[in-house]
Design a protein around this ligand. Structure first.
Ligand SMILES: *Cc1c(COP(=O)(O)O)cnc(C)c1O
Length: 438
């Protein structure tokens, strides 16, 4: 099993795994022990190990132990969360966690929401809610209800799944207006206001502003109060995509960074990122009463109940549902918000340590994120960034990514693992220095 001592990167390629899979023609049974051992061996050799403390990568966490327990418990009981009639205990546990997170986000007492498979599903839910509120006939007629093309506004550094979501929603990829950033990776509110005015003048129908609180490339936070004010003035849905950054709500020291979130109509927060649950666990929160049942109502004779506000299948995208929320319930119940405060503060502190170590050695950190992502540029005379990152990752010692920030190639370093320490930081800095020099 993965212990943290081995390489972070896969040591086998897909072709080799495919060849090994050719033995499985499923014609005859095999002993479970042998198949489990085979599977664990493949995963040990054939994955980027996000559970290794030398993974400084995308927002994938090393999952907490309570979250892992939740997966096992859900698997044993296998509850069906489509209705509260079938699974009252599971539905109530999820609803309780959603209320707690919404309250911690500064949402009012009537806020609702639900667990999703991830941030993309939550963002898609926001888009459907925004369109549903924007026109009373959207539910029946789709985008044909609008007098012009419906538009949504995100920054150039937002999560670009927005294009897929607009495509799915039937408003088309061209509905996504990418607003320029301010030179520091945040939505430029002046540009945003100008784009909305220009679109209205051209006959389009602005529907939603989606600000990002913690951009994926650089951990930057769009000016939430400015976006909120503009959305209110223009009567647009205001969504905050805090898929990763939302977890700083746990920290009394850092939660002010999310100021303005409390004014949002809706928010996306992933549990499977900085809240360190297992994969496939996001949240959608909204303060707009009734919108979820307007957007997702459905009826079927065979369902045991049909009650908005109680039965998830009539207020969410999914129908059959897995018991996702138990992961965050157990983690919060065991550690409380204080444990998450320690977790995010520790990641931010470690990120600042990396910042110091690198700048001492002549590197430049080009993003000023208050969170735990660094976009680093090596000293003059080093190899180009894509080569550098390829060498670092190729060494198997450390995993980092490349990203572009304000027009520059940078090495993206993010503290995601709750147990990375100064020792792993030393290894990271050494690996970066080796790769830049070589
Ligand atoms: C990760 C991320 C998403 C997508 O979430 P998934 O959980 O991967 O579906 C959306 N927005 C932001 C800002 C993200 O970081």
């Amino acid at each position: 099993m993965q212990t943290g001592a081995g390489p972070v990167t896969p040591v086998v390629q897909a072709a080799e795994i495919r060849r090994a899979l050719a033995d499985f023609d499923f014609a005859a049974p095999r002993p479970l022990d042998a198949v489990l051992a085979w599977t664990i061996e493949q995963l040990t050799r054939g994955l980027v190990h996000v559970t290794n403390p030398r993974y400084f990568g995308l927002f994938n966490p090393a999952p907490s132990f309570p979250a892992q327990c939740a997966d096992r418990i859900s698997a044993v009981f296998n509850p069906q969360l489509a209705t509260a009639t079938t699974s009252p205990a599971a539905v109530e546990i999820e609803a309780h966690v959603i209320r707690a997170v919404a309250s911690q986000a500064g949402f009012g007492p009537r806020a609702t929401g639900h667990f999703t498979n991830g941030g993309s599903e939550a963002n898609y839910t926001a888009l459907i809610c925004a369109l549903t509120r924007a026109h009373p006939e959207f539910a029946e007629k789709g985008s044909r209800a609008f007098s012009g093309a419906p538009m949504l506004y995100v920054s150039r550094d937002s999560h670009l799944a927005w294009f897929k979501l607009a495509h799915q929603a039937g408003i088309g990829r061209a509905a996504v207006q990418m607003i320029a950033t301010d030179g520091r990776g945040r939505m430029d509110v002046g540009n945003l206001a100008a784009a909305i005015t220009a679109d209205r003048a051209a006959g389009a129908v602005p529907v939603m502003i989606a600000a990002t609180a913690g951009t994926t490339n650089a951990g930057m936070i769009d000016p939430l109060p400015g976006c909120a004010e503009l959305a209110q003035r223009e009567r647009l849905w205001f969504h905050v995509d805090a898929a990763w950054g939302g977890a700083v709500m746990a920290s009394p020291r850092h939660r002010h960074l999310l100021g303005g979130l409390e004014q949002a109509d809706s928010a996306t927060i992933d549990a499977h990122k900085w809240f360190a649950t297992t994969m496939g666990c996001g949240m959608f929160l909204t303060q707009v009463p009734g919108i979820l049942s307007q957007a997702f109502h459905a009826a079927a004779d065979f369902m045991p109940s049909n009650e908005a506000g109680r039965d998830p299948y009539v207020t969410t995208l999914q129908w059959s549902r897995r018991f996702l929320g138990l992961r965050l319930f157990l983690a919060l119940a065991v550690g409380g918000w204080p444990a998450y405060a320690v977790h995010v503060e520790r990641a931010i502190a470690l990120s600042r340590l990396i910042h110091r170590r690198l700048t001492e050695r002549g590197w430049t950190i080009v993003n000023a994120s208050p969170l735990a992502v660094l976009c680093a540029v090596p000293p003059q005379g080093s190899c180009v960034v894509p080569t550098l990152v390829r060498r670092v990752v190729g060494s198997g010692r450390i995993w980092i990514a490349t990203t572009r920030f304000e027009g520059r190639d940078t090495a993206r370093i993010c503290v995601t693992h709750g147990e990375s320490t100064e020792r792993e930081v030393d290894e990271l800095v050494a690996a970066l220095a080796d790769a830049a020099r070589a």
